[in-house]
Design a protein around this ligand. Structure first.
Ligand code: SIN
Length: 366
């Protein structure tokens, strides 16, 4: 009988039916009871652990997803208003699930640092000017070519077409997704002396965004370009460390550049346009239904921001004129042709990097 019992228990143990860790069931009845007690204890512990994890899942599910949106401009600009609109829409539709925190005026990051911060997960949305992506793609250099787009309508037309749309994905390999283009407006040249013809810019120092195309544009004028963050421009102008800068009516007005620049030449020679972007990791990490709602809110906010940009180009120009703090110079056709003649050869220099077909497609949208 005892022999039979041993044989059976060996067979069960081999098949892991009896857990060896709790000793042999042939040792004694007491050991068997101890094993059962231990099993009960473990069962209890595993229930407690399961309850603990379930509770923590509930707590973390209750925590909203935080979207930090960092930008460098004032709140009364197309980008500033777009960001605030996005926050308002998300607050209204995804309360308790998603929380948008907007940081304007370079409070959190300057444009030169924000993309690195995004890849590290310290910020989740930004809309840097297209001139600030050179480290990540050469494709967006297109938008800095002088006199490429005659109007913001042409920019919009190009971006909505297949060539423009494909640019949204130009940094996917680097971990960044372009969600939407956003407009600010056409650029003007401001300076501490009148700039009527290209020769007037000779030897003068101009602040530019971090763009080799913009550097080449000012070299073509025989001027000295300096790549500086947006947050430093006012002080550089005020202290006369630089002579001038290029920007939109909205940025010149909202950052008060017109108060420290006695001349603005209405050149419309380029654009300030943005790419609202995020990191692939953050974006794809959001639950699909939430992501769809966030994207919907973002699209509505960008449409709203583009409407603001069109109005601001007119309104902020008028406010600058009315202030009488600066003189606005409008160019004759002949003067304008001189600027085009000097600056346009920059296209050829960057043709290989940008792609001739892209330049042609963009020009064709005029
Ligand atoms: C911006 O509009 O975001 C900044 C443009 C600039 O750096 O000049």
């Amino acid at each position: 009988m005892k022999k039979e019992y041993i044989r059976k228990s060996m067979w069960l143990r081999k098949r892991n039916i009896i857990d060896c860790r709790y000793g042999s069931d042939i040792d004694s009845k007491r050991n068997l009871k101890g094993g059962i007690k231990m099993k009960n204890k473990l069962f209890l512990i595993s229930i407690l652990v399961a309850v603990f994890f379930a509770a923590s899942v509930v707590v973390s599910a209750a925590k909203p997803i935080v979207i930090k949106f960092s930008h460098v401009v004032a709140e009364n600009t197309p980008k500033g208003q777009m960001a605030n609109k996005f926050k308002a829409l998300v607050d209204e539709r995804l309360a308790g699930k998603v929380e948008v925190q907007v940081f304007p005026n370079s409070q959190l990051f300057g444009d030169n640092k924000v993309l690195e911060a995004m890849l590290l997960g310290d910020v989740h949305l930004a809309a840097p000017a297209l001139s600030k992506f050179e480290k990540y793609t050469t494709k967006l250099m297109l938008f800095d070519l002088p006199f490429l787009f005659a109007s913001m309508d042409a920019v919009e037309k190009y971006q909505k077409g297949p060539a423009g749309k494909s640019l949204l994905d130009s940094m996917k390999k680097k971990g960044l997704i372009g969600l939407r283009f956003l407009h600010n407006g056409l650029k003007q040249l401001s300076a501490n002396s009148p700039l009527r013809v290209p020769a007037d810019a000779d030897g003068k120092k101009f602040r530019i965004m971090t763009s080799d195309v913009l550097a080449a544009q000012f070299h073509a004028l025989n001027a000295i370009p300096l790549k500086k963050p947006f947050s430093e421009v006012f002080t550089l102008l005020q202290t006369k460390a630089i002579d001038g800068q290029e920007n939109t009516w909205s940025n010149i007005y909202s950052k008060k550049f017109f108060e420290v620049q006695p001349y603005i030449t209405e050149t419309d020679h380029g654009i300030v346009d943005y790419l609202v972007c995020t990191s692939t990791e953050f974006w794809m990490g959001m639950p699909a239904d939430i992501r769809a709602e966030v994207e919907k809110a973002l699209n509505e906010a960008v449409d709203f921001g583009n409407g603001v940009s069109a109005k601001k180009a007119v309104e902020d120009r008028k406010k600058i004129v009315d202030s009488k703090r600066t003189k606005i110079l409008t160019l004759t056709d002949a003067e304008r042709q001189q600027w085009i003649k000097v600056m346009k050869p920059v296209w050829k220099k960057f043709e290989k990097k940008i792609g001739k077909e892209n330049i042609d497609a963009a020009f064709a949208s005029n």
